[in-house]
Design a protein around this ligand. Structure first.
Ligand SMILES: NC(=O)C1=CN([C@@H]2O[C@H](COP(=O)(O)OP(=O)(O)OC[C@H]3O[C@@H](n4cnc5c(N)ncnc54)[C@H](O)[C@@H]3O)[C@@H](O)[C@H]2O)C=CC1
Ligand SMILES: O=C([O-])CC(=O)C(=O)O
Length: 355
């Protein structure tokens, strides 16, 4: 059994296909065929030795689209890099520690993933992380602007609703901002919405996709269950949809409480981060119709940043897609989230301008 699984993964890798795929295995089918040579792609992970960073480093090492994997952290990277580097997959792994080495880590990167920063403890909101994480993100983005201004930046560090605007201001100040290349990673909200919906509706999770729009904190997370694929065959009551919405919005808190002081989601986040980075790489490589929900500069609403479905392409964002038709419940959720999201965005912009 074990050897047949290994054989199947190895044969997938030889064909140059992805082991992980956003939104289910349909993307596997639009990956490269054996005839297409895979382009060289460098991915850097900043915060690679942390709770998310370590399993994310593992998953990116398993991704055959990655030819170089740069692992950076302020502590612990040599061990993680040595460990991951022994895996017999395509990516060459190098570990970097201290700011003297960050330039080398970043240079030539196509995608930079940032899970650096402190996680929540029970009783905290994501915004309670602002005071520490805002400075970390600002500093790291200054290095990105200097060493790899053309990279796609996947921001995981919380509060995403503020750290993405901070990054945009740092890049603007450096003259390198390209709104097509900056993403807040909200994939975990989609992963949760799919899992919770499939469980409640008793349908195979692989058949379910659910757009999640807005932002990445509490009520700013708005799953659009009315647009769930397979929704037409499923009838959930209004109370069930309300409960699913709340569970998706509180998914992070559910994990924080279960971990009881030992941090927040790391394994599911690493999975979600790997899915989103994989989608970015596929877009860069010219795979058509790669669509993911992500928090980007947006004109979908009056807010300057907003998460929605986005088509990814050779330059990052190819098209920010609209919201589609919303149920009355979702319309109400959309209006309710705007004040909080607006103030988190403004807080990030103000911090970056004043510091
Ligand atoms: N976007 C999302 O959906 C999610 C975001 N998160 C956020 O991800 C962040 C990381 O979470 P964990 O990995 O659990 O935390 P962790 O504390 O386990 O790891 C963070 C890592 O960042 C490193 N770090 C700190 N300052 C750094 C700097 N200046 N440069 C490079 N590395 C630095 C630390 O040394 C540590 O290894 C948190 O802010 C958390 O809230 C967590 C889950 C989901
Ligand atoms: O809840 C947290 O603090 C971490 C996070 O963003 C998530 O799990 O969605």
């Amino acid at each position: 059994m074990r050897s047949s699984i290994i054989r199947s993964v190895e044969s997938t890798l030889r064909r140059g296909r992805s082991v992980v795929s956003p939104s289910g295995d349909h993307l596997l089918r639009r990956s490269f065929t054996s005839a297409a040579p895979l382009p060289e792609r460098k991915v850097a992970i900043l915060g690679a030795a942390g709770g998310i960073g370590q399993p994310l480093s593992l998953l990116m090492k398993l991704n055959p689209l990655v030819s170089k994997l740069a692992l950076y952290d302020i502590a612990g990277t040599p061990g993680v890099a040595a460990d991951v580097s022994h895996i017999n997959t395509r990516a060459e792994v190098a570990g970097y520690m201290t700011e003297d080495q960050i330039g080398e880590a970043l240079e030539g990167s196509d995608v930079v993933i940032i899970p650096a920063g402190v996680p929540r403890k029970p009783g905290m909101t994501r915004d309670d992380l602002f005071n520490i994480n805002a400075g970390i993100v600002k500093n790291l983005c200054t290095f990105i602007a200097k060493y790899c201004p053309n990279a796609l930046v996947n921001m995981i560090s919380n509060p995403v609703n503020s750290t993405v605007p901070i990054a945009s201001e740092v890049f603007k100040k450096a003259g390198t901002y390209d709104e097509k290349k900056l993403f807040g990673v909200t994939t975990l909200d989609v992963v949760r919405a799919r899992t919770f919906y499939a469980g409640k509706a008793k349908v195979p999770v692989a058949d379910v996709n659910v757009p999640v729009v807005g932002g990445h904190a509490g009520i700013t997370i708005l799953p659009l269950f009315s647009q769930a694929t397979s929704a037409s065959n499923v009838s959930l009551s209004a109370d069930e949809i309300t409960a699913l919405t709340k569970r998706t919005q509180d998914g992070g808190t559910e994990v924080v409480e279960a971990k009881a002081g030992k941090g927040s989601a790391t394994l599911s986040m690493a999975y979600a981060g790997a899915l989103f980075a994989d989608a970015c790489l596929k877009g860069l490589n010219g795979v058509p119709d790669v669509v993911e929900c992500t928090f980007v500069q947006s004109s979908v609403t009056e807010l300057p940043f907003f998460a929605s479905k986005v088509r990814l392409g050779k330059n990052g964002v190819e098209e920010v897609l609209g919201l589609g038709s919303l149920s009355d419940f979702e319309k109400q959720g959309l209006e309710s989230l705007k004040p909080e999201l607006k103030s988190s965005i403004e807080k990030g912009i103000k911090f970056a301008k004043e510091n």
